[in-house]
Structures are given as C-alpha cells and as structure tokens.
Unconditional design. Structure first.
Length: 64
C-alpha cells in the first residue's frame, strides 16, 4: 500500500499534499463539460494527517 499511495499523491514546495481528481477519464460522455473542466484541477488531500505522514518520507524522496 505504501508504494501505491505514494504514486497517487504529490508533495508541493509549500508542504501540502495534492491528488488528482477521480472519475476523469472513463465514461466522459455522461459527464457535463463543466464537470470535466473542474476535474482537471488537483485537489488537496483530506486524509488524516497521521495517515499521510507515514508516507511523507517516500514521497519526498520521489520529489527531489
């Protein structure tokens, strides 16, 4: 789980964790244009900080 979680999130220069929006590439014809456009942005991570900090070392090594 550590590797898969580390691949899904990134650490910004300010120390925030960001992730991609879900449900972007599959079944796009059902989604509105407005919905698809808003999902292009990255989202902040809402997981508990304790859970995220376990993987911070792995992610920070990937960034550098």
């Amino acid at each position: 789980m550590q590797k898969s979680f580390a691949k899904r999130i990134k650490l910004t220069k300010t120390g925030k964790f960001v992730r991609r929006s879900m449900a972007v590439n599959h079944f796009r014809t059902r989604k509105s244009t407005n919905n698809i456009r808003h999902k292009r942005k990255t989202r902040g991570l809402d997981y508990p900080v304790k859970k995220v900090l376990d993987y911070a070392a792995t992610i920070s090594q990937r960034v550098q």
